[in-house]
Design a protein around this ligand. Structure first.
Ligand code: 13P
Ligand code: SF4
Length: 303
């Protein structure tokens, strides 16, 4: 392990590379990353890093976002087949149909989506800023893609707008059942329930806190409570335990593993950096079209 880390450090220096990782990738990868965060943090940080190569340790849409925001940098994916199924759960045809039927609606695209879907949208959002951005838009009607659960959460938080929903979901979060939360809560009545908004609304309703992975980590770190039931992908436990060694964290169920995020390995990171393989390539016209909604998000998300 130490040898691998040394090799990676040398490669990073030689190639002026930075390693960015999402909280859901394995702990061994989070450990060697220069930056670890949620989807918003990774997009925002991608606009600020000074380097020639970004190794994006996450699923494909995360690498695509880094490339859209950084056309001059080489963006490498440690696992070419690490893709988020939800990123494909909307269609350009449906967007066009909704635009025809609701000409005043804004198309709001969760970043967990392909570059093509982003390129047909008005603004992107992440789970940490979706409510704020939808509220700030001048449009009364919103077509929210691709996640129906995050869309439902936004609809509840922003009742003054009409949210047109799409049929898309994250299988990792949507599989967490309310009965599992209730059973965990019964076993540990003092524990606070932390829920990601990609969960079903019946799970969201049982939460003490709902937010992005970074929000969940921040809430647990600041909280006076000492026990937490975690309803998101279990990669967050690495950072939760690191920041709060004295607190206890329990998984809400037993299916909270994203198989695609777990395809990222330390060996994969070293290999792509060494050979500069799995580069994110995209047509310039699509990149430009996807750049505008991503930039609008970064602008609207600022405090
Ligand atoms: P956040 O990073 O916005 O919490 O999103 C979670 C997720 O599902 C990323 O794949
Ligand atoms: Fe996609 Fe869900 Fe995995 Fe995130 S956790 S990459 S949304 S399948």
């Amino acid at each position: 392990m130490e040898e691998k880390k040394k090799k990676l450090e040398a490669l990073k220096r030689e190639k002026r590379a930075v390693i960015m990782a999402h909280y859901y990738v394995p702990g061994e990868v989070q450990e060697i990353a220069n930056y670890v965060g949620d989807s918003y943090y990774l997009s925002e940080m991608a606009t600020r890093v000074d380097c020639d190569i970004i190794v994006l340790c996450g699923v494909r849409f995360m690498g695509e976002s880094a490339k859209i925001l950084n056309p001059k940098k080489k963006v490498l994916l440690p696992a070419a087949n690490a893709d988020c199924p939800m990123a494909h759960m909307a269609t350009v045809e449906r967007i066009e149909e909704v635009r025809r039927e609701h000409p005043d609606a804004a198309v709001v695209c969760y970043v967990n989506s392909t570059a093509e879907l982003k390129s047909h949208s008005d603004v992107c959002v992440t789970s940490s800023n979706a409510v704020k951005i939808v509220r700030a838009l001048p449009n009364k009607e919103i077509f929210f893609i691709p996640d129906e659960h995050l869309g439902a959460f936004v609809a509840e938080q922003v009742p003054e707008k009409t949210i047109l929903q799409n049929d898309g979901y994250c299988h990792v979060h949507a599989n967490i059942r309310p009965e599992e939360i209730m059973a965990a809560k019964k076993a540990r009545p003092e524990a606070k329930v932390l829920v990601h908004p990609e969960c079903q609304s019946s799970v969201v309703q049982l939460a003490d806190y709902v937010g992005s992975t970074a929000g969940i980590i921040q809430y647990a770190t600041k909280s006076e409570a000492s026990e937490f039931i975690v309803a998101t992908e279990l990669g967050v436990l690495t950072e939760l335990k690191k920041r709060n060694p004295e607190k206890k964290f329990y998984a809400a169920g037993n299916t909270q593993i994203c198989p695609n995020m777990k395809k990222i390995t330390l060996d994969g990171v070293i290999d792509v950096l060494l050979h500069e393989t799995n580069e994110v390539i995209m047509e310039e016209s699509m990149r430009e079209a996807a750049y505008a909604p991503l930039c609008r998000m970064l602008e609207l998300a600022k405090d």
